[in-house]
Design a protein around this ligand. Sequence first.
Ligand SMILES: Cc1ncc(COP(=O)(O)O)c(C=O)c1O
Length: 395
Amino acid sequence: MTTSLIDYCRSEVEALHASRTFKLERVLEGPTGARVRVDGRDILMLTSNNYLGFANHPRVVAAAKKALDRWGNGLGSVRFICGTQELHKELEAAISKFFETEDTILYMSCWNANEGLFQPLLQEEDALLTDGLNHASIIDGVRLCKAKRFITPHNDLAAIEKALKEAQACRRRLMISDGVFSMEGEVAPLPELVDLCARHDTTLVVDDSHATGVLGATGRGSAEETGVWGKIPIFTSTLGKAMGSAAGGFTTGPKPVIDLLRQRSRTSLFSNALPPAVAASSLEAFRMLLEDPAPVQKLRHNTLLFRRLMTEAGFNILPGVHPVVPVIVGDTAKALAMSAALFEKGVYVSGFGFPVVPQGHARLRCQISAVHSDEDLHGAVDAFIAVGKEFEVLG
Ligand SMILES: Cc1ncc(COP(=O)(O)O)c(C=O)c1O
């Protein structure tokens, strides 16, 4: 490695520190749940995607342990060489049953699912439409695809319709949207997107990473939540959030699409199979949700309680029903300092500022879980009120 490259890295890291955008990793001393242990203290976890509390659920953990004994640690290979076990097929079948789709392909992550999706399905003659605020993994997947790109301003339906009209000149069209935009906790306007895609002969794909197991009466996600269940042909989603919180992702949809992805999707073809313990833990998570959606209802109860208490306290929170509850404080330095002050009071919540969110819209992004108790949430709001007054966010 040349000295100049090392010097470049050092100066970039220094610049990140100077601009206060350097990302700190706190080290947890145990599993994640309603609370986590950090620096010898139990802290209320208000910043995790462990929406259903399955990350450390006894059934999920037991399934992983059992799978290690039954299936071993890994396959040492990719799926099509010698990396597919009955367990992977069972998990794919469970996901297809959950989504009422024909087939499913697993990946190591939803990042990989998104990155490996477009290039096999679309060529230069085709069109790929994508929202300007879509997740980074979608952006990278789009970059790997040769189709003509139409990147529309966030949720701007008039701009989307204009792009769809222009894209009629292309051979085939595919539109991709996040089901939930995770910095905002905002659900995409799926009924409108379904309608626009139907009128302009376009296949809609929804990345439901923040909605699977989270939204809708039974946790089926953003389509169930917005009343368009059965009208979206293809979903990608993660196993690393609500559905076990470990790792893994998938694409689910019509069999010919999944068949072609198995043949041509590079992030599946050239990357190892999901470790058996991870596959088994997510399979257990899907079984639990298919048996009883009670955790989804508990999550909704908790979310609405926290949103109500924070609104009554006078905080500026972005409206909605999602357990991502962004508390807008404006200035990036203030958001980061408030995050540190809340941590001192025993509440773990991340601050996000520019450039992750627009200038002047820095925020504390709270994330609610089904494993929080009402008392936990009341305690969190009390801590917020104290810190909000200290930082003059509240009067
Ligand atoms: C919308 C969306 N898609 C994809 C991903 C990536 O998921 P994974 O952690 O499974 O790679 C995330 C994770 O933050 C996400 O929010």
